[in-house]
Ligand binder design. Structure first.
Ligand code: PLP
Length: 398
C-alpha cells in the first residue's frame, strides 16, 4: 500500500510535462534536441509590463492581496470584458487566480459533486480530465472529427446529456487543435443547453488573442445563457506571461463567491507584483499581443507548408493558438530501423525524439490517440529544422 492518498495516486502526471522532461534529459546528455512539446510563447513579456512589476516592488506591493484580486485589477478586467467582448460584469463577478489553471480548477471544484458528469469537448486540454477526477466527477468526452476540424457538434452534445450532466468544458481557440468555434456553432450549443437548465458551461478563452481568422466569440455573449457560463481567461498566452501566474474567471456572483472561498483556503490571493503587472498589461491594450500573433500566424503558415511534404500527416489548418495537431495513424504498424513496431502516436513521438531529436506530445494526453501535438511557438529556423528532421526520420519507417 502507498502512503500517498488514493486521490493523488489516481491522478496522471501531465503528459506535456513528462515529454518535456525526457527532451531535457536528452539535451543534458549533449544531444541537440528541438522541443516542440511545451505550450509556451517563446517571447519575452513586453517591457512595459516588466517595468510595472519593478515599480510595484518599489511602491511596496509586498503584502497579502485580497483573495479575489486587487479591486482595480478586477475593475480593469471588467473594462476589458466590456470593451473587447461586449460582456457586462461587475468586479464582484471576477476572481483573479494563480493562472487560468487555478481558475478552471476553482470552477470545477465549486460546481462538481461526486458522480456528476462533465462533458468535455475532445480533443481537450490535458488538465480538464484530472481536475474533474479530483472533484470525483465523471468526464464524458465528445470527440470532434478530423473532417470537422476536430470540433464537437451541438448534436453530439445533445446525445451525451444525461440527468447527471452538470458542466460542459471547452477551449476556443482550442489547445491542442487550434480550432475556433464560430458564432453559429456556439449558438447551436446554446440552443441545446437552453433545454437543460441544470448544465453550466466552463469556457476557456486563454488563447483568445491568438486567433488568425474570424472573430473571437464568447459563449457568455448569448444573453439567454450568460448566467450559467463561467468565462476563463488570463495573461499567460496573449501577453507572454506564463511564469507570472495570473488568470481570472467571470461568473455569476454565487459561483464567484464559491471560487473565492476555495481559493481563500488553498492559496489566498495571487502574487501582488504579478497582479500589478497584469493591471499594466490590460491598460496597454492588445497591441503587444497583436505583434506576437503576426509571428504565430507566419509560423503556422510556414509549418503547414512544411508538413505538406510529410506523407501520412493529416493536419487540419489551425485557426488559432500555436499548435499543429496532425493525425499520424497512417504510420501505425510501420517498423523502425531498429525493428520496433510503431503501434501508437506515443511510440511515434518516442521514435521521433530518439531518431530525429524532436519532441512532440502524444495526442492520447488530449483524448486523441491518433494525433501528435507540435507547438509552433518556436523560432522560425528551429521549426524549419524540426520538420526537416521529422520528415527524414519518418522516411526511415517501413
Ligand atoms: N487552458 C488552456 C487551454 C491552456 O493551454 C493553458 C496553458 O497551457 C491553460 C488553460 C493554463 O494557463 P495559465 O498559465 O494561465 O494557468
Amino acid at each position: 500500500t502507498s502512503v500517498i492518498s488514493d486521490r493523488i495516486n489516481a491522478m496522471q502526471e501531465s503528459q506535456t510535462i513528462a515529454m518535456a522532461k525526457m527532451a531535457r534529459e536528452l539535451a543534458a546528455q549533449g544531444v541537440d534536441v528541438i522541443s516542440l512539446s511545451f505550450g509556451e510563447p517563446d517571447f519575452q513579456t513586453p517591457q512595459y509590463i516588466k517595468d510595472a512589476a519593478k515599480k510595484a516592488l518599489d511602491d511596496g506591493y509586498t503584502f497579502y492581496t485580497p483573495v479575489p484580486g486587487y479591486p482595480d485589477l478586477r475593475q480593469a478586467i471588467c473594462d476589458k470584458l466590456q470593451r473587447e467582448n461586449n460582456l457586462a460584469y461587475k468586479p464582484e463577478n471576477i476572481v483573479v487566480s494563480t493562472g487560468a489553471k487555478q481558475s478552471l480548477a476553482n470552477a470545477v471544484m465549486s460546481l462538481v459533486n461526486p458522480g456528476d458528469e462533465v462533458i468535455v469537448f475532445s480533443p481537450y486540454w490535458v488538465s480538464y480530465e484530472e481536475m474533474v477526477r479530483l472533484a470525483e466527477g465523471k468526464t464524458v468526452t465528445l470527440v470532434g472529427s478530423l473532417e470537422n476540424g476536430f470540433k464537437a457538434t451541438a448534436q453530439q452534445l445533445e446525445e451525451a446529456i444525461t440527468p447527471r450532466t452538470k458542466l460542459v468544458m471547452y477551449s476556443s481557440p482550442c489547445n491542442p487543435t487550434g480550432a475556433v468555434f464560430s458564432r453559429e456553432e456556439l449558438a447551436a450549443v446554446v440552443e441545446v443547453l437552453m433545454r437543460h437548465s441544470q448544465i453550466y458551461v466552463l469556457a476557456d478563452e486563454i488563447y483568445e488573442y491568438i486567433n488568425f481568422e474570424g472573430q473571437h466569440v464568447s459563449m457568455a455573449q448569448f444573453d439567454e445563457i450568460k448566467d450559467r457560463v463561467i468565462t476563463v481567461n488570463g495573461f499567460s498566452k496573449g501577453y507572454a506571461m506564463t511564469g507570472w501566474r495570473v488568470g481570472y474567471l467571470a461568473a455569476n456572483k454565487e459561483i464567484a463567491c464559491a471560487c473565492e472561498k476555495i481559493q481563500s483556503q488553498i492559496t489566498s490571493g495571487t502574487c501582488s507584483i504579478a497582479q500589478r503587472a497584469a493591471l499594466a498589461a490590460l491598460q496597454g491594450g492588445r497591441t503587444s499581443a497583436d505583434e506576437m500573433v503576426e509571428a504565430y500566424r507566419r509560423r503556422r503558415d510556414m509549418v503547414l507548408e512544411l508538413v505538406k511534404d510529410i506523407p501520412g500527416f493529416r493536419t487540419p489548418k489551425p485557426s488559432g493558438a500555436f499548435y499543429i495537431f496532425p493525425d499520424v495513424s497512417g504510420y501505425f504498424g510501420k517498423t523502425t530501423p531498429e525493428g520496433k513496431t510503431i503501434n501508437s502516436a506515443y511510440d511515434l513521438a518516442l521514435y521521433m525524439l530518439h531518431d530525429g531529436h524532436v519532441a512532440a506530445v502524444d495526442g492520447g494526453a488530449f483524448g486523441a490517440p491518433n494525433c501528435l501535438r507540435f507547438s509552433t511557438a518556436a523560432a522560425d529556423e528551429k521549426l524549419r529544422e524540426a520538420f526537416i528532421r521529422i520528415k527524414n526520420s519518418l522516411a526511415k519507417l517501413v
